[in-house]
Ligand binder design. Structure first.
Ligand SMILES: C[S@@+](CC[C@H](N)C(=O)[O-])C[C@H]1O[C@@H](n2cnc3c(N)ncnc32)[C@H](O)[C@@H]1O
Length: 318
């Protein structure tokens, strides 16, 4: 309980805007620098699947400077969920996709309407160093990744944040891990990216572009985010370009979202229909084996019937 409280207090009074308060200049978060002050570095020591359940870190954020030029610094406590050492079990149930999509996309402009159609960087201006899914959902995804991504892979996490939910050993067992997302500051805190391989990129701005060479990744992941994309088909075409033949895309979804930012079509559909829709996006992107594979990987939690579900749609590049 105490731990939950410490996690909740971080950022509580964080004000990051381009304003002057009491003679202090507070910079936009894009101009901030983030660094870890107390790095537990447990991941390199952890044996596979034997990480501590949580890792608490103190992060330091430089968010401006005093008149005399000395930096204004805020320290925040974050709790990282490793997905290991939990009492949960992780059944994987196949979901059969049955919807036949027409040859050409049936979507209309209103399907991609969003209540908040402001530029996305505005929404993410204050870094969201939170979890968007609960621990059972995170752990289910982490365990799925461990079983399904081969050591030595080159991985790209799109629509990423300060966490990618990979198993703790991944940075040392994978060849390369890169991440792209909307908030550079969140990405700076992502301790699973290797060699600083992260890039801020707004995928809702056309032309949609992933700034990586052709065939440069074995696996691309996208966690609880495809519902925010205005051009999901074009994004999956770009993902196809950067994947090697035989490479895999793992798109995961739960049942939550920021409703003002999700596309209208998504908000109308059930959890199962979301999987059908993602399969449709892959069909229209082209170049993937169809139908995609789909799984319900929702964790089983002793004594806790209500927790976040977790679903996977997996596509393979032809
Ligand atoms: C609910 S969060 C999920 C973040 C992360 N995948 C996770 O599991 O914590 C939604 C994410 O979608 C991404 N996103 C939203 N709008 C975007 C845009 N226009 N371009 C690129 N990414 C976007 C952001 O990176 C944001 O962090």
């Amino acid at each position: 309980m105490a731990a939950a409280t410490t996690r909740a207090v971080f950022l509580a009074s964080l004000v990051l805007s381009s304003t002057t308060v009491g003679g202090l200049t507070i910079l936009d978060p894009q101009e901030c620098q983030a660094r870890e002050t107390e790095d537990t570095k447990t991941r390199s020591k952890s044996r596979v699947g034997n990480s501590p359940r949580y890792i608490d870190r103190e992060l330091s954020m430089i968010y401006g400077q005093n008149k005399d030029g000395t930096p204004l610094q805020r320290k925040t406590l974050v709790r990282r969920i490793t997905g290991d050492s939990t009492p949960y079990s992780f059944p994987v149930k196949k979901v059969v996709l049955t919807k036949k999509w027409p040859e050409t996309p049936p979507f209309i402009a209103q399907d991609f309407f969003r209540v908040d159609n402001n530029d996305d960087p505005l929404f993410y201006k204050v870094p969201k160093l939170v979890y968007h899914i609960d621990e059972p959902a995170v752990a289910a995804l982490t365990q799925y990744y461990r079983k399904n991504i081969r050591p030595g892979s080159r991985i790209l996490d799109i629509c990423s944040s300060w966490v990618s939910h990979y198993p703790m050993e991944f940075p040392s067992t994978m060849k390369r891990i890169c991440a792209t997302g909307i908030s550079e500051m969140e990405l700076q805190y992502n301790d699973q990216v290797t060699n600083g391989c992260y890039q801020q990129a707004d995928l809702n701005v056309e032309p949609v572009r992933l700034n990586y060479p052709d065939n440069s990744f074995d696996v691309v992941t996208c966690v609880v985010s495809i519902d925010y994309l205005l051009h999901p088909i074009e994004v999956l075409r770009e993902v196809h370009r950067v994947l090697r033949p035989g490479g895999q895309v793992i798109v995961s979804q739960s049942n939550r979202c920021f409703p003002t930012k999700a596309i209208a079509l998504w908000l109308r559909l059930s959890d199962h229909d979301h999987l059908e829709l993602i399969n449709g996006f892959f069909q229209y992107a082209g170049g993937y084996q169809l139908p995609c594979e789909a799984y319900d990987i929702t964790a089983t939690v002793p004594g806790q019937p209500f927790h976040d579900p977790m679903f996977i749609v997996k596509a393979t590049k032809k």
